[in-house]
Design a protein around this ligand. Structure first.
Ligand SMILES: Nc1ncnc2c1ncn2[C@@H]1O[C@H](COP(=O)(O)OP(=O)(O)OP(=O)(O)O)[C@@H](O)[C@H]1O
Length: 618
């Protein structure tokens, strides 16, 4: 399905559709709570209407007829009305808050689950900080939408109807005068709502960009400081801040325009009623109770009218938020399992690329008819210059993207036809930049396989040469790592990620060798750990070290998305004009030169493989 293009403002039909959807997806689960909240709101409406109604008896019976016996029941009923109103207000507020919080939690869960299902293409095209900020801003919109709509209908609209009934009952003619303000008010509200739609969306988007940019700046703080980018970034952020402030001011100015409109219209209505009632009192001898009750009802009606007008505006804003949430929830994951997909069964672990073609954008090919076999239990090294498509091969084996042509099989099973879960369960991936999640060292290793026992985790750490440094940490395996935890060195992180791969017990290993040089001792430990994990597994390694390539069982040379050579080190170096042989000669020469000048072992070991291939091409 094509992803929807962003539009600036929803039209009315769409707005109603979103509202319907929010109600359909949530309303029925909270019927008892909403029912009770509605009862509370009806009680508020009834007691409000009653307090206007009783004014006639207060004036006529107590002040005009001086019936002191009525004083008792009138006062008692006023107290009762206000006490009921107090409890009902409390009840509805608490009920709506509880339901609202639950709705927020439900949407957060839904969004997270959905994000986890979305394909890699979505995440490469989306900025993480911005996404998080947008979700945080919008998710409360859905809660507000339901609560505000309910409050508007059950409390304010019913209160208003009750008060209008009292007004008409007490004095139909005065009611007509007062209700004249209705049409201009409705017109003003509609006008403001239209203006608000676009500006609300802009405000959410700019705030998300701003928060996202701030988060990214914090994440990249080392680079910012190293390149003294502080000022440039501060200027960029200042621009966003100014725009966000401008949008918020615009929202305030537009939505607060409602205040003067409602206040002025109400002033006219009340003044007109008082003027006419005053004139009528002067020319007729009617008891004044009804007029007092009418004026009380009119004054009391002002509050629900004001709230109803405002709720329209606020609902409009909440709808924009809700719509943005649904834009995420409606994104179709592009790589669902095919219907009836089987579990991948790995018996040996042979991985075969068969005329694989792929382009990220559907046009510019990144891999062209790539065919090779990574044999079971053996190590296949993939070499090639930067941008040749090595990482893309890895992404495709894990089915992060679907192929444009050809197929990839594991033990004869097309990976496009098996479940993604079983496919990825058969693969352990050790990345060049090991990622540590917020949590303990033990948790981080356990992400390899959630049901791994503590003993298995410790065994994996030993095999990965990680145990020694883990035990030196303040809380050993329970030491917190990740953003706010203990900082680990590059080599230590790599060994933890190797332990994670060992715990996974997967028959296929994808290894993206680190390009950044570690010190010799750390390098040796990582290397030793890798050799252990590679043993008896089908290993595909994006090789950056000459020793890895030389020792590999099979070498695949990629260039510009094409497989240009393959074989073992022995066969490939024998082809005098071959790409690999030239690269190797150059690499060895370089290593010798470097040794002559006393350069470090890791460089002599073959760092800079890609650069050499690039040189060869040049
Ligand atoms: N997510 C993506 N969307 C679009 N194009 C991409 C994406 N990832 C990589 N590419 C492009 O695909 C080509 C191959 O990239 P790939 O990362 O596979 O190369 P590589 O050989 O692994 O390079 P390196 O060694 O520098 O990591 C490059 O031209 C790159 O610009």
């Amino acid at each position: 399905m094509e992803r929807k293009e962003r539009r600036t403002g929803p039209d009315r039909g769409e707005v109603i559709a979103v509202l319907r959807r929010v109600v359909a997806e949530n309303g029925s689960d909270f019927l008892p709570q909403y029912g009770l909240a509605t009862l509370c709101m009806l009680a508020i409406a009834a007691t409000t209407a009653f307090s206007a109604w009783i004014m006639r008896d207060v004036v006529d019976q107590i002040f005009v007829e001086e019936r002191w016996d009525a004083l008792g029941w009138i006062c008692a009923s006023i107290i009762a009305a206000f006490v009921i109103r107090g409890f009902a207000t409390y009840g509805q507020a608490v009920l709506l808050a509880l339901v609202g919080n639950n709705i927020v939690a439900r949407y957060q869960t839904r969004i997270f689950d959905h994000l986890m299902r979305l394909d890699m293409a979505y995440f490469t095209a989306t900025r993480s900080g911005q996404l998080a900020a947008q979700i945080a801003q919008n998710v409360t919109g859905i809660r507000d939408l339901l609560n505000m709509t309910l409050a508007a209908v059950a409390r304010d609209a019913v209160s208003l109807v009750g008060l209008v009934v009292v007004m008409v009952w007490m004095d139909p003619l005065l009611s007509l005068i007062a209700l004249v303000i209705g049409p201009p008010l409705v017109y003003a509200v509609n006008y403001l709502m239209r203006r608000l739609r676009t500006v609300t969306r802009e405000a959410v988007e700019v705030n998300a960009r701003l928060l996202g940019a701030m988060q990214e700046s914090v994440q990249g703080i080392a680079i910012i400081k190293a390149f003294t980018m502080e000022e440039v970034l501060a200027q960029k952020i200042a621009g966003l801040i100014a725009y966000a402030e401008n949008r918020s001011n615009k929202i305030a100015r537009v939505s607060e325009r409602l205040g003067p409109v409602t206040e002025s219209l109400a002033g006219f209505a009340i003044a007109a009623v008082i003027a006419y009632a005053g004139w009528r009192a002067a020319v007729s001898a009617e008891p004044p109770g009804s007029v007092f009750a009418f004026i009380t009802a009119l004054l009391l009606a002002y509050d629900p009218v004001r709230k109803l007008a405002r709720v329209q505006v606020n609902v409009e804003r909440a709808l924009v938020n809700a719509r943005m949430i649904y834009e995420i929830l409606d994104l179709e994951p592009r790589q669902e399992d095919v219907p009836g997909a089987k579990e991948l069964v790995v018996s040996r672990g042979d991985v075969v690329f068969d005329r694989v073609r792929f382009a990220y954008d559907g046009h510019r090919p990144v891999l062209r008819d790539v065919s090779f076999e990574a044999r079971a239990g053996k190590t296949t090294a993939i070499v090639g210059p930067s941008g040749a498509g090595k990482s893309t091969l890895f992404a495709l084996i894990q089915r992060f993207y679907d192929l444009d042509g050809g197929r990839i099989t594991i033990d004869g099973q097309d990976i496009a036809l098996v479940t993604k879960r079983s496919l990825r369960g058969a693969i352990a991936y050790v990345s060049q930049h090991p990622y540590l999640f917020e949590g303990t060292i033990r948790d981080n290793i356990r992400y390899g396989r959630p049901d791994a026992t503590d003993a298995e985790i410790e065994e994996a750490a030993r095999l990965a040469n990680a145990e020694e440094f883990i035990l030196q940490q303040p809380q050993g395996y329970e030491t917190l790592v990740g953003e706010n935890g203990v900082s680990l060195s590059g080599g230590q992180r790599q060994r933890l990620s190797i332990a994670r791969a060992i715990v996974r017990r997967a028959p296929i290993l994808l290894l993206d060798e680190a390009t950044s040089a570690l010190d010799n001792e750390s390098e040796a430990k990582v290397q030793e750990a890798l050799e252990r994990v590679m043993k008896n597994r089908t290993t595909l390694v994006i090789a950056h070290r000459l020793s890895t390539v030389v020792n590999a069982d099979h070498i695949v040379v990629l260039e510009d998305g094409m497989l240009v050579e393959e074989g073992t080190h022995r066969t490939l170096v024998k082809k005098p004009h071959g790409v690999y042989a030239r690269f190797y000669r150059m690499q060895s020469q370089k290593a010798e030169d470097l040794l002559e000048y006393g350069a470090g072992q890791s460089l002599a070991d073959g760092q800079g493989l890609e650069e050499n291939i690039e040189e060869k091409r040049g």
